[in-house]
Design a protein around this ligand. Structure first.
Ligand code: ZN
Length: 201
């Protein structure tokens, strides 16, 4: 029995008049990748292959579906707007508070002191062992600058106890776009076509 290879299956397309093919690649642990192709000219013009992350036995994997083109385009637009709002907020926050953040972290004498200031006394990642292995005197400044990213922004602003109205506005915009994005993603999963009905092999 072959332990790896690929398997092709045909599924009915959304309009039902033709089909699309899915190539599934697998190894001895099971399927690990898929390649989808629309063979229906009618559906090709109305649907776009899209993917989202889904938890499976093998960890987080990409799951595919055919998204109606209008939803697919809206998703791309909202994603673009969200990235822009996040980048703008981060740029302003860094301009206002990056120096303050570095000073905050560098209070104290030892590397462990710096780690404590950065990690909220060990309540946040990274753990000390990891921090200790990654950071030395030479790259400490870069590490603290890199840490000042969008994912850590809420925490950093709270920690520094600072507020700025312009920054609040940009972060509010990003939060609105994030929830809009989640709605469109939900819509895509509802309206998207994953082709459960098998057409034949
Ligand atoms: Zn079709």
């Amino acid at each position: 029995m072959a332990s790896s290879g690929n398997q092709m299956q045909k599924y009915k397309c959304p309009c039902g008049k033709s089909y699309f093919t899915v190539n599934r690649y697998h190894d001895d642990m099971g399927p690990f990748d898929e390649h989808w192709e629309m063979n229906c000219n009618h559906c090709k013009q109305r649907y776009q292959l899209s993917s989202f992350l889904k938890e499976t036995d093998r960890g987080i994997n990409e799951a595919y579906l055919w998204a109606p083109i209008n939803i697919f385009s809206e998703l791309a637009i909202v994603e673009g707007q969200l990235h822009k709002a996040q980048n703008d907020a981060l740029a302003l926050a860094r301009e206002l508070y990056l120096e303050h953040w570095i000073l905050h972290c560098c209070r104290g004498q030892t590397k462990r002191d710096i780690w404590r200031n950065l990690s909220d006394d060990g309540r946040r990642e990274p753990g000390f062992a990891l921090f200790d292995s990654l950071v030395n005197d030479l790259n400490m400044g870069d590490y603290l600058k890199d840490y000042f990213n969008y994912l850590n922004l809420d925490y950093i602003l709270k920690k520094l106890r600072v507020r700025d109205l312009r920054l609040d506005g940009l972060r509010g915009q990003a939060a609105d776009l994030q929830s809009r994005l989640e709605k469109v993603q939900g819509l895509m999963r509802m309206e998207g076509f994953a082709g459960q009905s098998e057409y034949g092999i």
